[in-house]
Design a protein around this ligand. Structure first.
Ligand code: FEO
Length: 170
């Protein structure tokens, strides 16, 4: 049986992961609006991965005989000044998610919940990748600037993103 404090925190994280999906979908919509379909594809793919993250928590709560209680979500950010700002916000967002996962992990340690610690280990590792993915694009955008030719080439590259294999818990 799942400890109530951990169950509540994981229900909150289901919301956070779905909010991430919603935020990335909003970023995809912005990218479509400025004719960057490759950037939009990258964001849509990211959005789908976030929904999978949410469902890992959902299924883990159920597997531990817990109760899933979905929470209300805020509106995502809808306006951006540039593709660079989009990816800078994505990176900032992932850093916040990393802090949330670390807090959850700390709670699982304090509660002596070893199964949750093992489950959360996948997310600890995943967050390294999440920050790197967004950070790499930020670095590239800063390097090439926002000249239309460079953006066109980067747009083509990001349009080739495929879904990451997501083995692990859930
Ligand atoms: Fe589910 Fe991007 O962290």
């Amino acid at each position: 049986m799942l400890d109530k404090a951990i169950q509540d925190a994981m229900n909150e994280q289901i919301k956070n992961e779905f909010y991430s999906a919603y935020q990335y979908l909003s970023m995809a919509a912005y990218c479509e609006s400025v004719n960057l379909p490759g950037f939009a594809h990258w964001m849509r793919t990211q959005s789908q991965e976030e929904m999978e993250h949410a469902m890992k928590f959902y299924d883990f709560i159920l597997a531990r005989n817990g109760r899933v209680v979905l929470q209300a979500m805020d509106q995502p950010v809808v306006d951006f000044s540039s593709p660079l700002e989009v990816f800078e916000q994505a990176l900032e967002h992932e850093r916040e998610v990393t802090a949330m996962i670390n807090d959850l992990y700390g709670l699982a340690i304090r509660e002596n919940d070893y199964a949750s610690q093992a489950f959360l280990q996948w997310f600890v590792t995943e967050q390294v990748e999440e920050e790197k993915n967004a950070g790499d694009v930020v670095d590239t955008l800063k390097m090439v600037g926002e000249k239309s030719e460079s953006l066109f080439l980067l747009d083509r590259e990001l349009g080739g993103r495929t879904r990451e294999e997501q083995p692990g818990p859930g």
